[in-house]
Write a protein that binds this ligand. Structure first.
Ligand code: FES
Ligand code: FES
Length: 166
């Protein structure tokens, strides 16, 4: 089996994978990172979204070997600080009650992260487009969009504080 070397959540990992194995299954089944969910397994629902070199991908259809030498970020890597506090986006999802059954939530949050990294001040339309590949059967999306707006405001405030040395 080929050897896949990549960085996952800031750690170098090396793992034997089947040549046709998809990244989402490697993360879950071989590395134990079960925060990434598999829903449809066909690239339709976004539950399996992770970031590869900062870009969101559907890990259920992303060949694991394509991640060779790349940086992969999963929901487990999305913490703020060493003490394991929740990331601002995660906290905003809690504060806006943007998660119900939670199955879509890791993927939604990773799509939100990719969006806000690229566009820190998105419009409502841009948020809707940013999460258009992520399906949620519970919330009706309203609270999810609110949560991403709240996260954008909090991240902007954090950047401002940091730039003032606070
Ligand atoms: S599980 Fe990957 S898109 Fe649905
Ligand atoms: S919270 Fe249940 S699918 Fe989104």
């Amino acid at each position: 089996m080929p050897e896949l070397k990549m960085r996952v959540n800031g750690q170098d990992v090396s793992v034997q994978v089947d040549p046709d194995e998809m990244l989402g299954y490697v993360l879950r089944d071989r590395l134990g990172l079960i925060g990434t969910k598999i829903g449809c397994g066909e690239g339709e629902c976004g539950a399996c979204t992770v970031l590869v070199d900062g870009r969101s991908v559907n890990s259920c259809i992303y060949p694991a070997m394509k991640a060779q030498g790349r940086d992969v970020l999963t929901i487990e890597g999305l913490k703020a600080g060493e003490d394991g506090q929740l990331h601002i986006i995660q906290q905003a999802f809690i504060d806006c009650a943007a998660s119900q059954c939670g199955y879509c939530t890791p993927g939604m949050i990773m799509s939100a992260k990719a969006l806000l990294d690229e566009n820190p001040n998105p419009t409502r339309d841009e948020i809707e487009t940013g999460i258009s590949g992520n399906l949620c059967r519970c919330t009706g999306y309203y609270q999810i969009v609110e949560a991403i707006q709240l996260a954008a405001r909090r991240l902007a405030a954090q950047r401002k504080e940091e730039s003032h040395g606070g």
